[in-house]
Design a protein around this ligand. Sequence first.
Ligand SMILES: Cc1cc2nc3c(=O)[nH]c(=O)nc-3n(C[C@H](O)[C@H](O)[C@H](O)COP(=O)(O)OP(=O)(O)OC[C@H]3O[C@@H](n4cnc5c(N)ncnc54)[C@H](O)[C@@H]3O)c2cc1C
Length: 405
Amino acid sequence: MDLIDQMILTDAHHALRHEVQEFAAEVIAPQVAKMEETSAVDHEVIREVSRRGYIGVTIPRRYGGMGGDHKARTLLIETISSEHGSGAMGAATQASILGLAKILHFGSEEQKQQWLPAIAAGECLPTIATTEPGCGGHVLGMEATAVRDGSDWILNGHKHHVGNSHVADLHGVVVRTGEGSGGLSAFLVPADTPGCYLGEHVPLTGLRGFSAGDVFFEDCRVPASALLGEEGDGLSVALSSSMLYGRANLAAVSCGVHRALLADTKDEVKRRHRYGKPLHEALDSVQQKIGKITSNVMTARQDLYLAVDALDRGMDCDAALANAKLINVELALASARLADGIYGADAHRTDRALQRYVRDSQPIRSPAGTSEIQQRILYKVTMDSYPSSWSVRLADKVAGAELRH
Ligand SMILES: Cc1cc2nc3c(=O)[nH]c(=O)nc-3n(C[C@H](O)[C@H](O)[C@H](O)COP(=O)(O)OP(=O)(O)OC[C@H]3O[C@@H](n4cnc5c(N)ncnc54)[C@H](O)[C@@H]3O)c2cc1C
């Protein structure tokens, strides 16, 4: 057990991890080879994840959820993404937990009653659909629109790279309803609404089995009750979800894959022999690399759990969350390069797990802010020009959840 496990996580968290490890080994791991081979969208495993109640990890108990804190959410995603499960299913789990955040933070009581019990019961997988081909991380550059028609809204536009696009039941869509930063609004759109349709599944090089595809809206009519929060809240919905849930979620996927990479590398240097000795005894350079990967994992994981512990305590922690995403992604990529130097040509064999861990680490760099975006936020924090801390503004909604598992 490392220091995070001893100092920050409780017995209830350890029990949750144990349960999720067993679940992942039983339900996820046996399906990985098929997902890798076909690159097809997995529908079954993510449904099973949701039926276990894992998407509802932070949904309060009064709505049927697990009532967990942000450390529980992080641990759950990390464990599903680790060597016991897969990065792809970690990404799928995080995408719908991310999709849940906006309902918790901005939903009316009616919307919470309508959607949270269904999500907690595993009957509804939500998304958040913000990115477009023409705007990427520049949220204000989006062009999809919603226009009033009587009391309804009509949506038109194209959302891109939507996590869980092809398995979701409910899209949380941010679109333009007016000009400027106050001109974005968010809507809850059931995936089977007429006028809402999917593009063809284009697999990523990594995270095979996960879908992050195109969702189109063509004269898609939704009632006034689909509006999330107030008209004009769309930018807040997008940015707060990304900061308060997205950063830690993606860091947790990265952390799980990073740990899997270290575990696999440890086995490899004991198994493989050179100069008549196990590799780690034969070569000082291998010892150095193992030491560096271990340091990377420790640093990244400590950073992540410190950030989510602060979130649980209601502290101002946007900078810590941004840094956790940055550090986890970048150190996992650095470790992947070091592991490549240990495995030699075997690093690229498709019958070895390492190449999957390397491919799975790469796409995690983009969502919830690329590394450059995190650095931009940290620059602003240092220069006292970071405008608003979501962890402070929404503290009453994010802090204080208690894991009673
Ligand atoms: C696995 C995965 C899951 C995803 N899930 C979702 C999801 O659920 N919902 C959703 O809406 N989207 C999702 N996305 C999309 C993701 O949010 C975008 O990829 C991200 O916003 C970046 O957009 P982009 O890829 O178009 O890159 P761009 O924004 O075009 O950026 C390209 C490059 O320019 C740099 N750059 C851009 N702007 C700046 C700046 N201001 N300062 C410094 N550098 C900058 C970036 O760092 C990057 O290196 C997902 C993507 C992936 C890969």
